[in-house]
Design a protein around this ligand. Sequence first.
Ligand SMILES: [Zn+2]
Ligand SMILES: [Zn+2]
Length: 268
Amino acid sequence: MHLHILGARPHAIAYLLRSGATRVLVDCGLPAGTMRDRLFAIGLDPLSIDAVVLTHEHGGHVGGLEDHPFRDGIPIVASDRTCHLLRAGTTISRVRWSPASAGLPFAIGDLTFRGWPVAHDAVDPFAWLVEERGSGFSIGITGDLGYASSQLAAMLLGVDCVLVHSNHDEELLRADESTAVPNRLRVANRHGHLSNEQVADLVAQLAIRGRLGGVLLSHLDPRWNTPRRAVGAIESTLAAIARPEIPVHCLRNGETHCLSPAGPSLAP
Ligand SMILES: [Zn+2]
Ligand SMILES: [Zn+2]
């Protein structure tokens, strides 16, 4: 399986999963024109995308669906309430809304998806577990979340790789006096975003009890985080539990990762 990073910044998230002839976009936060350009840059025609799977309705995750460059009738998969909200409250057209139920697997080509509710200030946000048929390789994509519930951690125990939204460093968030306190509290609360420290706790659980072989970090807010702090927090935790061999990488726009049971590796 290949993972193309079309957008890894909080205001514009989009990941493309590719397995054989299957191409699925997870989140669609780039403007339609940018989405088209970035897909062509990696040799993909937007019309060849099989489906779009959404984590939740915040603009940085769905903004590109207005005037989207995909084929007419493309399936848009999200939780039932997310589909309902987007269908009722926006002008997104020429798509086929495809509500998904928590925990029930469904296939898109070579990939099997399973959604799971997460804690975030959206109507019904889902994390997604994606398994490649044939290889059995699986990745968990958390989306935005304020804390990792024990049920979510249990779901992620079986994944080979996890893509986590590690939004902020707690110290940098506390120190940012240019942002109003209520806004910082919104980020830090249990329906806001994960900190590096919380991601490190989740990763430690998965490394100790699961079969984790790689950690990909995304959605770092440049006001309150840096790749060095995010990667450093996870690596020091993995070293403390004697699992320093698990690779940790902070995603950047334009990268492609080869995902396999041996762990994620950056394509040249
Ligand atoms: Zn977000
Ligand atoms: Zn969000």
